[in-house]
Design a binder for this molecule. Structure first.
Ligand SMILES: [Zn+2]
Length: 456
């Protein structure tokens, strides 16, 4: 058996790991590269290793794990894409939106002529996304999927790991060798998701390391958000929250509802959800409510008094409005989507507040604003940033270093023969590698090279 690490090796995006059993070629995750331009440009190079795949298995629906599927399909992949039922539902929403953004960006670049290319083309289209969605095949966690007959079969098994609705670790077993891929591991005290289930025993482990060198600050994010909202509204300003439409937007709604119910923010303060995808995702979160840790009664109140912004025209009108409000809008790192119009209108006014909740990938507009950039280019125009910018890290959906090690400790009686640390910036990945060697004393722990093939 061989594994080739095709992405999320020297960074946190583009998660793709090819497992070649000798009989079958299975791709674990098919993610989009995001963030720095040199990362995003990798999306345009189709790796030869992604040809002739038998199947894809997704850990979860986040685009850095699923967003390259339409490109894969565009290049001829016709096989099954296995994922948990909730992941299939969320991926359908995310992939269509991603294709829409790709098309919009290309269109805008052509219209305003700020593309360096003669004619900007989308990476993929909505038609490609629809084809990929049609290839999704739900695999309920806990059930085993078998490819092929008896001895030569490849078995796939999913285990929930919190993090995001439907997110699972993937175990692949072939001729007695078990490979476990963690996907993204969630937190023990996530607002929406239950704690991750312990990992299954494996010979080879691929573990994420997003927060491999950091512990979460134990700040009370809800209280901090309440203070920001109160102060902003008191000076006549508005709060704009760029939020990932799936997961983060629902967590923010939950917190805002709790703050409102507790009288910690004005009950009359209008809250707008300006993201069709977040609205759809909220419906899916409620449909899959059994997978959440939120009580049904509270889940039922998630959208109470929240105004849904229906179309782009209403969104533009809202961005120009003068009354204090909270606007939750995508994308979460302010790299695209409707939130850009809100930022364009609200960032130049010092009364307003911009609140980022969660991880900001290096190179994204969110990361630059959080780092203190006082000017940002939106749609080819320079926009001064005078609004206060806040970063609430307590909303992270990723296990921190301590929680990752805690999760791995479940395997202490029978540690994996080989462990590969993936999905982290170089410092984070190496730090987790050292911790696994020193604290857990596991043999053969490595951070693989991008594109490296390892024979197991
Ligand atoms: Zn994720």
């Amino acid at each position: 058996m061989k594994i080739t690490f095709l992405g999320a090796v020297d960074g946190v995006t583009g998660s793709r790991h090819l497992v070649d059993t000798g009989e079958r070629r299975m791709l674990l995750d098919c993610g989009l590269f995001q963030g720095f331009k040199q990362q995003r440009e990798r999306n345009w190079l189709f790796p030869e290793a992604l040809r002739d795949l038998d199947a894809v298995v997704l850990s979860h629906a986040h685009l850095d794990h699923s967003g390259y599927l339409p490109a894969l399909v565009k290049h001829g992949f016709r096989g099954p894409i296995h994922a948990s039922p909730a992941t299939c539902d969320l991926a359908a929403v995310l992939l269509l939106d991603s294709a829409h953004l790709q098309e919009e960006d290309a269109r805008r670049a052509n219209r305003y002529g700020y593309s360096k290319h003669a004619k900007a083309l989308p990476l993929y289209t909505k038609a490609d996304a629809r084809r990929a969605i049609a290839q999704l095949v739900p695999l309920p966690p806990g059930r085993e999927l078998k490819f092929g007959a008896a001895a030569g079969a490849t078995r796939i098994h999913l285990t929930p790991v919190g993090h995001l609705l439907g997110a699972c670790a993937v175990r692949l077993e072939h001729r007695g060798t078990r490979v476990l891929f963690s996907g993204d591991v969630g937190r023990h005290d996530d607002l929406l998701m239950p704690p991750p289930q312990p990992p299954e025993a494996a010979d080879v482990l691929l573990v994420e390391s997003t927060y491999g060198n950091r512990e979460h600050v134990h700040e009370d994010s809800a209280q901090r958000l309440a203070a920001i909202v109160r102060e902003t509204v008191a000076r006549g300003g508005s709060v704009v929250m760029p939020a990932f439409a799936v997961g983060r937007a629902q967590a923010l709604l939950l917190v805002l509802q709790r703050l409102r119910a507790g009288g910690l923010v004005p009950r009359s303060l209008p809250i707008f959800l300006d993201s069709p995808m977040a609205t759809e995702a909220t419906t899916l979160y409620r449909q899959h409510g059994k997978l959440l840790r939120v009580k049904p009664r509270e889940l039922a109140t998630l959208m109470d008094g929240v105004r849904i912004v229906a179309d782009a025209a209403a969104s533009m009108r809202l961005s120009a409005a003068r009354f204090p409000r909270v606007v939750i809008s995508a994308s979460g790192m302010a790299t695209g989507g409707r939130v850009l119009h809100h930022l364009k209108m609200l960032a130049p006014d010092e009364r307003n507040a911009i609140v980022f909740a969660g991880f900001q990938v290096g190179g994204s507009r969110g990361a630059r604003l959080v780092a203190g950039e006082r000017e940002t280019k939106i749609h080819g125009e320079f926009v001064p940033v005078r609004a206060t910018v806040h970063h609430l890290q307590g909303f992270s959906a990723h296990a921190d270093r301590h929680e990752l090690l805690q999760w791995l400790r479940a395997l202490r009686d029978k540690p994996p023969r080989q462990t590969f640390v993936v999905h982290g910036e170089p410092a984070a990945a190496d730090s987790l590698r050292q911790a696994i060697e020193r604290e857990l004393r596991w043999p053969q722990v490595r951070v693989p090279q991008p594109g490296e093939t390892v024979v197991l």
